[in-house]
Structure formats: C-alpha cells, structure tokens
Design a protein around this ligand. Structure first.
Ligand SMILES: Nc1ncnc2c1ncn2[C@@H]1O[C@H](COP(=O)(O)OP(=O)(O)OP(=O)(O)O)[C@@H](O)[C@H]1O
Ligand SMILES: [Zn+2]
Length: 288
C-alpha cells in the first residue's frame, strides 16, 4: 500500500510517498507560505501518486483530539495565516483519503521509537530545543491525547541564581521556552548560541533549565529514555551538563539504574534519525 506523509513545519512542508515498512520512495520540499499558496502545491505532488492514507506531523498548536469537531485544525499560532486552518480536513477533502495528524514532536518521538534511538523501550520522550521548545511522548506505544496535545515547553522553571533575564515567552515570560529556547539565549547574551560555544556560564545556565524540565517529565511521565534534538542541542557539551544536573536534582529519589551516574549517558541521548525523522514519523503515524 502506498502511504503519504507530510512533515508540516514552520519553514517547509516535506511531502513524501512511502509504504508500510517505512520506506520512502519519493520526496519533495515545499516552502511554508500561506495555506492558499502552499497547499495547492502539496496536492499537486500527491494527486497522481495513488496513496491510500496520509500521516501528518504538524507544527502546533493543533487540535489532535478526535472527539471534538475540529480534529487536525491549526489553533492560535504566531503564523497568523494558518490560524484555524483545517489542515487534516482540507487534505481529506482534496485528496479523498483518511488523514491522521499529530504534533511534530509527537511524530519525532514516534519515529525515534520505531526506527531511531528508542526502539528497545515502550515509553520515551523527545524534546527539541530550537526556536521554541516542544516535547512529545510515546507512552506504551502511542502518543498522549487529552484536551489536545501536551505543551511541555511552557512549564515553570526555577531561576538560576545568576540569571536576571526577564524571559521571551509572550504568554509567560520566564517559562522554560522563555528562558532556554534559542531566541532566549540570544536575547540574554546578545549573541546567537553558536557564537557562545566557549562561554561556560551560558551552557551551565542552559543545562540548569533543561535539566529541571527533564526532571519534571521524569516524575510525571516516567520515560524509559529521553532524546534531545533541535538547533541548541548542537552544543554537544550540553549533554553531559544536563545529565549531571538531572542526576543531582533527582537526588536518588527515583529508583532506577538508568538514572544513575553510570547509566545516564544511555538515558539522555541525541536523536538516532537525522534528516528524515519528521517525514518518516508521519509515515509511522499513518501505518499505526
Ligand atoms: N550550533 C548551534 N549552537 C547553538 N544554538 C544553535 C545552533 N544552531 C542553531 N541554534 C539555535 O537554534 C535555534 C533554531 O532551532 P532549529 O535549528 O531547531 O530550528 P527550528 O526548526 O526553527 O526550531 P523549532 O524546532 O523550534 O521549530 C536558533 O535560535 C539558533 O540560534
Ligand atoms: Zn511560555
């Protein structure tokens, strides 16, 4: 069976045709402009491919609750052209096939669980630290759908004692994303993260915030592995700093050998998949 997959991102839509084994045969990249411009190009690509269903991993917020009447509809995003756009509904109507949609981070988590660095566990978390901070969780093989999807980037964090930065989140100011996403680093230090590679306090502070978030996710979701990706995590020194902080902050409270100094390197890890993770995950979503 041929299956369609879309990684719907803030800058580009990656569209692919694949099969149930997760193989991708054909792929195209379409820039994200307004829906009236982007979507016809998407339909052009898929129109003669003979696909029978479609999986979509989308930027959010997006309604992923099948029980409401607005499944697959984009919500209040800073990308104003897309607010209230019925992404899943429009694809179903134009291509005449069933569509399954989830968030980009849930789909990345699914991809890592199926093909990447979490194939040996049932419950894992994927967090991206980039322009924003978002996380997706696979719990016993599936993603979490409640009111809609989790918003793990906007949790409260305790302030680092040397940090006087106000925070960048338009909704909460000094939430995790407001203190630790790429733009927060740049606003706090006056330079992009990539130019601050040799400044230890930058990464010590960054690790302090990210570790607090991971500790909260560990307490609430009990993931068997945490995968960290996104532009900011290109600073590889962050991994060891975060691991060290997580072990210290947990202070032995959760009794698992995975959470000890000896094993934490295999617990907090980079992604196993690189360029095709999003679109492969979208394929995985339709396969399930
Ligand atoms: N090597 C690097 N070191 C530190 N920061 C980096 C590095 N590369 C990118 N960044 C920061 O990461 C952010 C961009 O994130 P990313 O590359 O994940 O893109 P994105 O897809 O726009 O993010 P998002 O996943 O939030 O949509 C920018 O703020 C940038 O300064
Ligand atoms: Zn926030």
């Amino acid at each position: 069976m041929k299956i369609g997959a879309i990684e719907a991102g803030g800058t580009k839509f990656v569209c692919a045709v694949g099969n149930e084994e997760g193989n991708i045969f054909e792929k195209v990249v379409i820039p994200t402009e307004a829906p009236e411009i982007t979507m016809p190009k998407v339909y052009d690509f898929f129109s003669d491919k003979g696909i029978e269903k479609m999986g979509v991993g989308s930027f959010g917020p997006i309604d992923i609750n099948e029980k409401g009447g607005t499944y697959g509809q984009i919500q209040k995003t800073p990308k104003i052209d897309w607010i209230d756009f019925p992404l899943a509904g429009d694809i179903e109507e134009k291509l005449g096939i069933p569509v399954v949609v989830d968030t980009d981070v849930n789909v990345a988590a699914l991809s890592e669980a199926r093909w990447g660095n979490a194939t040996d566990v049932d419950t894992c978390l994927y967090i991206t630290v980039g322009t924003g901070i978002g996380a997706g969780a696979i719990v016993n093989g599936g993603t979490l759908t409640g009111l809609s999807h989790p918003e793990m980037g906007h949790i409260a964090v305790r302030r680092h004692e040397q940090d006087t930065f106000a925070g960048t989140c338009p909704y909460h100011k000094d939430c995790l994303e407001g203190m630790a996403a790429g733009p927060a680093i740049e606003a706090r230090w006056g330079k992009a993260g990539v130019e601050l590679a040799d400044d230890p306090i930058v990464w010590e502070m960054e690790a302090y915030y990210l570790a607090q978030a991971l500790v909260n996710y560990i307490y609430i979701l009990s993931p068997e592995r945490i995968i960290m990706g996104g532009g900011v995590m290109q600073q590889e020194q962050l991994f060891d700093l975060i691991r060290k902080n997580v072990v210290e902050m947990l202070n032995g409270y959760v009794s698992s050998p995975r959470l000890t100094k000896e094993h934490i390197n295999d617990y907090i890890v980079p992604p196993g998949l690189t360029n095709e993770a999003g679109v492969k995950g979208a394929l995985g979503l339709a396969i399930r």
